[in-house]
Ligand binder design. Structure first.
Ligand code: ADP
Length: 166
């Protein structure tokens, strides 16, 4: 079936989801009839949370949005897009450093799935410094991450770090 410009995908690791992620997800879902938030279940990447845990966190946080579906996927995002008639992939960009990597990825994805258009959405200024990897590091050293992530994520991070330091 043909890709639809009304269906979009926003893929990522979301390890863990941050307020920056939620901001681009919510801004994107108001532009499309349906938005798939796809949690990359990447066997090569070492994550703090399993794909199931990341999916459950996002489901709970985004439960009030009827047109968002959160799924985890093991495979190429371009293949998920093809299987679900997705016409648009949104990637958030924080700073110029993100852009070089994102641009190359967009070139590769276009070759793999020419029907999928990639659009870049700049971060909201208040979230431009938020990065999952930095948040994990700060949390490990006991910093207060509550201004950076949803309350559920604060709780999940506390429990996970407690377990890891036992
Ligand atoms: P990261 O580990 O760098 O946070 P993810 O793979 O989890 O990245 O990100 C998923 C998507 O969200 C990507 O398009 C990424 O560029 C975007 N993103 C991540 N953080 C932010 C932010 N603070 N503002 C806008 N977009 C963001």
């Amino acid at each position: 079936m043909k890709a639809s410009a009304k269906i979009a995908i926003l893929p990522g690791s979301f390890d863990p989801p941050t307020n920056g992620h939620i901001d681009i997800i919510e801004r994107s879902c108001s532009l499309y009839e349906k938005l798939y938030v796809v949690v990359a279940d990447n066997v090569q990447k070492q994550c703090l949370f399993t794909a199931d845990e990341r999916e459950q966190m996002l489901r709970t946080i985004l439960k009030d949005h009827d047109n968002i579906e959160v799924v985890s996927y093991r495979g190429l995002v371009v293949d998920f897009a093809r299987e679900h008639q997705v016409g648009v992939m949104i990637r958030g960009v924080r700073a110029l450093v993100d852009f070089g990597y994102e641009f190359e990825l967009a070139m590769t994805n276009k070759q793999l799935n020419p029907e999928l258009e990639v659009l870049f959405m700049p971060t909201s200024p208040k979230y431009f410094q938020l990065r999952s990897s930095a948040i994990k590091e700060m949390a490990a050293y006991g910093a207060d991450i509550s201004p950076m992530v949803p309350p559920l994520v604060v709780q999940m991070m506390r429990n996970r770090i407690k377990l890891l330091t036992l």
